[in-house]
Design a protein around this ligand. Sequence first.
Ligand SMILES: Nc1ncnc2c1ncn2[C@@H]1O[C@H](COP(=O)(O)OP(=O)(O)OP(=O)(O)O)[C@@H](O)[C@H]1O
Ligand SMILES: Nc1nc2c(c(=O)[nH]1)N=C(CO)CN2
Length: 155
Amino acid sequence: MRAFLGLGSNLGDRAHYLEEAISALAGPLIKVEATSRIYETEPWGLMDQPLYWNLVIEVETSLEPLELLHVCQAVEHQLGRERLVHWGPRTIDIDLLIYDNTVSESKELILPHPYLEERAFVLAPLRELAPELVLPSGRSIAEVSGEGKVHPLSI
Ligand SMILES: Nc1ncnc2c1ncn2[C@@H]1O[C@H](COP(=O)(O)OP(=O)(O)OP(=O)(O)O)[C@@H](O)[C@H]1O
Ligand SMILES: Nc1nc2c(c(=O)[nH]1)N=C(CO)CN2
């Protein structure tokens, strides 16, 4: 199945955490098909924290959605992620944004990710990888920009 993961870091060596997370995710069960540019992004939700670096990866996986979420959480743990403050600073955050056409409303896993259409830090890199994507609201990703300033680190 085709899925999109959103990665973010705003503590320590942000490039290192993003690279390590992608390497740790990749394997026989998760094939990384594409990686967006890194975007430097204004904090969303809780403003008083360092700038984030965000990117999105497209993966092909044989894992079920919950299994994929659990791998993401294991990689966060492996890279020293601590859950201190909701929406607060973190070494690495990995969100499951989209899993094929799956819609899930369980507390443990909401799909598509609940804030997808409000977060420019997710929409900009996602648009880069999937310009044809139609969002859960039925709108094309080309029409939705979300909130927050973002800019790619390279052209
Ligand atoms: N699509 C999803 N991707 C990742 N986690 C999810 C998703 N849907 C629900 N969750 C749940 O959200 C919980 C909190 O996740 P986390 O601590 O990463 O939140 P956060 O990064 O602070 O905020 P946000 O979820 O808004 O990005 C997790 O325990 C997870 O079970
Ligand atoms: N710019 C930006 N802001 C955030 C981010 C993030 O990855 N990037 N993650 C958050 C918690 O999920 C809260 N706010």
